[in-house]
Design a protein around this ligand. Structure first.
Ligand SMILES: NC(=O)c1ccc[n+]([C@@H]2O[C@H](COP(=O)([O-])OP(=O)(O)OC[C@H]3O[C@@H](n4cnc5c(N)ncnc54)[C@H](O)[C@@H]3O)[C@@H](O)[C@H]2O)c1
Length: 262
């Protein structure tokens, strides 16, 4: 099976850093004309230099996914430049820690504004374009937190749970137009969002013990799934949440399988 995405046009939100940056670079390497949306202009400029050096086709567009005017202008720029949008990866996200009892209201609002409303607004802006094409792929970043949430992640976990429901609603609404909508649940990719790899050894081991594939996840692990979900081969998959977490809590005590191994 050969996945061929060459010539397609993709938008990756939150592509200035972390997983989104790797998704954008992976798609570009596959010949996809890739548009990076991000809040951070310096991050976009840096990515632009990599695109130029590698000879990748694409754009870097400053866009706040939580702001409908910003999203409308950014999507218009993509359509004006490339005339179509085949793939949208709603990756932009924020994380705020805090228990329900103590979480500041602004943090609740921020997590829903970026993670949930951002996914809604970008999808809403691209749907007319994809409907006209009678094809499209919308792929949304949920999280393992949407499968099993942790304590003190009230806003984040709830906002990602909402992304799963939004994904299923969109899958239903857009099926007749050849548009598939899926979401995915990364487990633990060390990025600026979590700094997992900078925790002390005992804490890193405690977290790694939750995994069947006992290593930190890489952004490439996620990017490869995105390539598949974006491909023709995935045309019969819609409305799903794909767990790409290395078997996090697939069994009650995954670390048991590693006992006694060198
Ligand atoms: N890293 C993980 O282990 C993990 C696990 C589960 C889910 N996720 C999800 O994957 C996605 C990427 O996570 P990451 O770890 O790469 O995060 P990150 O913090 O490294 O990168 C997030 C990017 O989104 C951008 N961004 C933030 N707010 C934005 C806005 N309003 N508009 C546009 N861009 C905005 C940031 O500037 C940044 O470039 C997020 O949705 C996150 O919730 C990550």
């Amino acid at each position: 099976m050969v996945i061929d995405l060459s010539g397609r046009v993709a938008i990756v939100t939150g592509a200035g850093a972390g997983i989104g940056r790797e998704i954008a670079l992976t798609l570009a390497r596959e010949g996809v004309r890739t548009v990076a949306f991000d809040l951070s202009q310096p991050a976009l400029d840096e990515l632009g230099r990599v695109f130029a050096a590698e000879g990748f086709d694409g754009l870097q567009v400053r866009c706040d996914v939580s702001d409908s005017a910003s999203v409308a202008a950014a999507v218009e720029q993509v359509v004006g430049t490339f005339g179509r949008i085949d793939i949208v990866v709603n990756n932009a996200g924020v994380f705020s820690a805090g228990s329900v009892e103590t979480l500041p209201e602004e943090k609740w609002d921020l997590n829903f504004a970026v993670n949930t409303k951002g996914t809604f607004l970008v999808s809403q802006a691209v749907i007319p374009v994809m409907k006209k094409q009678k094809s499209g792929r919308i792929i949304n970043a949920a999280s393992f937190a949407a499968i099993i949430p942790s304590c003190n992640t009230a806003a984040y976990a709830a906002s990602k749970g909402a992304v799963v429901s939004l994904t299923r609603v969109m899958a239903g609404e857009l099926g007749p137009f050849g548009i598939t909508v899926n979401c995915y649940a990364p487990g633990m990719v060390p990025t600026g969002m979590n700094n997992f790899d900078k925790l002390d050894d005992a804490e890193q081991n405690r977290l790694l013990d939750l995994l069947s594939i006992r290593r930190w996840q890489t952004a490439e692990d996620v990017a490869h799934l995105i390539c598949f979900l974006a491909s023709d081969q995935a045309s019969y998959i819609t409305g799903t949440l794909v767990d790409v977490s290395g078997g996090k809590l697939a069994t009650q005590i995954p670390a048991k399988a590693y006992e006694g191994l060198s």
